[in-house]
Ligand binder design. Structure first.
Ligand SMILES: NC(=O)c1ccc[n+]([C@@H]2O[C@H](COP(=O)([O-])OP(=O)(O)OC[C@H]3O[C@@H](n4cnc5c(N)ncnc54)[C@H](O)[C@@H]3O)[C@@H](O)[C@H]2O)c1
Length: 364
């Protein structure tokens, strides 16, 4: 088992990573749980069938534990599911000394974290991530839900008190979810670690490569990159915004294609290529788009996803992005790997490129 520490101005917490460690949760978390009155596991309907009962039994050996389930999928990051979660907390008689355990992927982590951030003005929570994507979402304390008009528009910063990442749970993930999670790992490499990026490009050229032995090392490296950024800028006043590389278009794609139709990571992958194109178009970079695109395409990412949607609808979705200020679109662009920056961009430039992508696809 590996242990990393995430340091933020307000707290320091451990991230445990290892095979089968969810079965030792009670023991690993003993110092924390021994001070708590009760635990409520929040999970989704699918993860519950796989890992819910085991975790509930394990935690019950330490403190009274119940479990609440939300339907699986992005649609559950909703105001309705949030209210249902709060009702579950009240019905389980959670008090200010209780702890919420988020068992699942980024959706569960985001909504359960937001419930923990707001129930009784904030109680403790622990992340037990079960997707590859959650190597990103379970660390850093961003919690929240979607509004029907835009993604992640409602939320709070609320750090977990621990993260228990059992890599054995990844064995039951579909290829689509592996791909989704891997996109955030690639993003970390693009924005912060050119050496890691080169290594990934040389060693991960197909789906199977993602699952190979180096996984634990990938995870550690990727989580360490995220932890470094969060340490420097917990509340996204500066460099943390770079973690949104690929997300302006990615979030718009998720919304316009209907939440759940394109995974978060697929949207981010298409968005990263778009951000590189935009960087070139504005003469701020010289990316070899074909090379970058080919790598991601070979890994199965829908790099042309934007060309299937109306450019105007995508622009309108981007305007609800949290980075948009006074109606101006803001993107994380990059000069080259390891050199991201924030840039306000004219709508006409974005529209031009989106239309060009559409034309390119029609031509193919
Ligand atoms: N808070 C953050 O910093 C942050 C960062 C990145 C992404 N996110 C959010 O994360 C969400 C996406 O997360 P996700 O991709 O993990 O989605 P998810 O939680 O919806 O999980 C994807 C699917 O995999 C299933 N699943 C989960 N674990 C499984 C397992 N071990 N075996 C089999 N199936 C499993 C789930 O039931 C679900 O159907 C998005 O809402 C995104 O906005 C948050």
């Amino acid at each position: 088992m590996e242990k990393l520490l995430v340091e933020t101005p307000g707290s320091t917490y451990p991230v445990f990573i290892g095979e089968g460690i969810r079965n030792n949760c009670a023991e690993l978390l003993q110092p924390l749980l021994s001070k708590k009155s009760k635990a409520l596991i929040i999970t989704d309907s699918h993860v519950n069938t796989l890992y819910g009962e085991d975790l509930e039994t394990n935690l019950n050996s330490m403190l009274p534990t119940t479990l609440f389930t939300i339907p699986e999928g992005e649609q559950s990051k909703s105001i309705e599911a949030y209210e249902n979660g709060l009702t579950a907390c009240i019905e389980a008689n959670l008090d200010r000394k209780s702890v919420i355990i988020a068992l699942g992927g980024g959706v569960v982590g985001d909504i359960a974290g937001f419930i923990a951030a707001t129930y009784m003005r904030g109680i403790s929570f622990v992340q037990v991530p079960t997707t590859l994507l959650a190597q990103d979402s379970s660390v850093g304390g961003k919690t929240g839900i979607n509004h029907r008009l835009g993604k992640n528009l409602i939320g709070a910063f609320h750090q977990p008190e621990a993260v228990v990442y059992d890599t054995l749970t990844l064995a039951t993930l579909s290829d689509k979810e592996w791909r989704s999670g891997f996109a955030e790992m690639i993003k970390h490499a693009y924005i912060k670690d050119p050496e890691f990026l080169s290594w990934l490009k040389d060693n991960v050229t197909c789906m199977e490569d993602m699952k190979k032995n180096g996984l634990l090392q990938f995870l550690k490296r990727s989580i360490a990159i995220k932890a470094d950024i969060v340490k420097e800028d917990e509340k996204e006043a500066g460099i943390r915004a770079y973690l949104n590389f690929g997300h302006t278009l990615g979030h718009a794609l998720e919304k316009v294609s209907g939440y759940g139709h394109i995974t978060h990571g697929e949207g981010v992958a298409a968005g990263m290529i778009f951000a590189m194109r935009l960087s070139n178009h504005l003469e701020l970079a010289h990316w070899d788009i074909d090379i970058e695109k080919r790598w991601l395409e070979n890994l199965g990412y829908p790099v042309h996803a934007a060309s299937m949607q109306s450019p105007e609808a995508l622009i309108s979705a981007m305007k609800t992005d949290k980075k948009t200020t006074a109606g101006k679109l803001t993107f994380v662009l990059a000069e080259k790997p390891g050199f991201p920056f924030l840039q306000t961009v004219d709508e006409s430039d974005v529209l031009f490129l989106l239309k060009a992508e559409k034309k390119e696809r029609d031509f193919l």
